[in-house]
Design a binder for this molecule. Structure first.
Ligand code: AMP
Ligand code: ZN
Length: 141
């Protein structure tokens, strides 16, 4: 069994412990999932590792393995056709709760009034720069 890290001041750790109520969906040995209390679409749900870590790289792999399968089950159960899986790291990347969490956000229509609204400032890549970056990253993996 993977050992769990908790933070007594963390709202999601309190939810896992049962000290704060939640609309629980699936719970496994390493994952807890529940409905988001501030949904941006009907059925907006969260899946979190039971191991407390603020950002993705703070959580050991063995605590993350079941998360995608959990979100997939929740999406299938709701019969959602269009949805986003989102995981924010850091305040300027829109992270508000400092316990890693993955969103499953249904996108019921193309309206900006429900579901995730994405800004995507794509630029044309400079191929020489991209090649250099590729080498740099590969060298560190
Ligand atoms: P993020 O911006 O990625 O940190 O998202 C945090 C999410 O947690 C938001 O969508 C909130 O609505 C949600 N949230 C915060 N507190 C609770 C809570 N007590 N129960 C359920 N969801 C929560
Ligand atoms: Zn926590």
């Amino acid at each position: 069994m993977a050992s769990h890290n908790t933070d007594a001041n963390c709202i999601f750790c309190k939810i896992i412990k049962g000290d704060i109520p939640s609309f629980k969906l699936i719970e496994t040995e390493n994952v807890y999932s529940f409905l988001d209390i501030g949904p941006i679409a009907k059925g907006h749900a969260l899946a979190i590792p039971k191991y407390h870590g603020a950002k993705l790289h703070d959580v050991p792999d063995e605590h993350l393995g079941e998360i995608l399968a959990t979100l997939k089950k929740i999406a299938i159960a709701q019969g959602v056709e269009n949805y986003n899986i989102l995981q924010n790291n850091g305040k300027i990347a829109h992270q508000v709760v400092d316990h890693v969490h993955f969103h499953m956000i249904p996108k019921p229509s193309d309206s900006d009034k429900e579901g995730l609204v994405i800004g995507w400032p794509a630029q044309q890549a400079d191929m020489a720069e991209l090649k250099q970056l590729h080498e740099e990253i590969k060298g560190k993996l």
